[in-house]
Design a protein around this ligand. Structure first.
Ligand SMILES: NC(=O)c1ccc[n+]([C@@H]2O[C@H](COP(=O)([O-])OP(=O)(O)OC[C@H]3O[C@@H](n4cnc5c(N)ncnc54)[C@H](OP(=O)(O)O)[C@@H]3O)[C@@H](O)[C@H]2O)c1
Length: 132
């Protein structure tokens, strides 16, 4: 089975840096999004790839991910839906009001979901290939 691809927006921050290391521990391929000055830091804690948000918009790169973890409240579903694989999850740690109310909904057929709120940071990928 191919490795889960996880994108972490805010990878240089307290929550994001922990998430980078946990995702690596669980065997994911991790891409970290941060500013120019923190690219080396995010690489040093294990990210396979880094994206400088001051120079590139991850949502327009054509890459797709199983999980996008947003610690910055800068990633509404409308911005990143095309960067989620079918069945993928947007995990919004801060969660906008709309996300908290469950108003951001992808089409059911896509299998994608939005999980919002600080308590929802733990998303597990089971070895059977499903996301929880
Ligand atoms: N820390 C905790 O224990 C904790 C616990 C529960 C919930 N939370 C919540 O989780 C959220 C994040 O907390 P935190 O402690 O990780 O904050 P933090 O340490 O201040 O980190 C935020 C990170 O966001 C990055 N950032 C800012 N704008 C960005 C953008 N447009 N794209 C990508 N990255 C961007 C910054 O990276 P650069 O410096 O590289 O720009 C910064 O490192 C907050 O809402 C907080 O309330 C935190």
């Amino acid at each position: 089975m191919s490795r889960f691809k996880v994108l972490i927006v805010g990878a240089s921050g307290g929550v994001g840096a922990a998430a980078v290391q946990l995702a690596k521990h669980f065997g994911a391929e991790v891409t970290g999004v941060c500013s120019t000055g923190n690219l080396d830091l995010v690489r040093s804690i294990g990210a396979d790839k880094v994206i400088d948000y001051t120079k590139e918009d991850f949502a327009k790169s054509g890459e797709t991910y199983d999980i996008i973890l947003d610690t910055t409240a800068t990633v509404p579903l409308a911005r990143c839906e095309s960067a989620l694989k079918p069945g993928g999850r947007l995990v919004a740690v801060q969660g906008s009001f709309a996300q908290a109310l469950g108003l951001e909904r992808p089409s059911k057929a896509s299998g994608k979901k939005v999980i919002a709120g600080s308590d929802s940071i733990w998303v597990f990928a089971h070895k059977d290939g499903r996301l929880y």
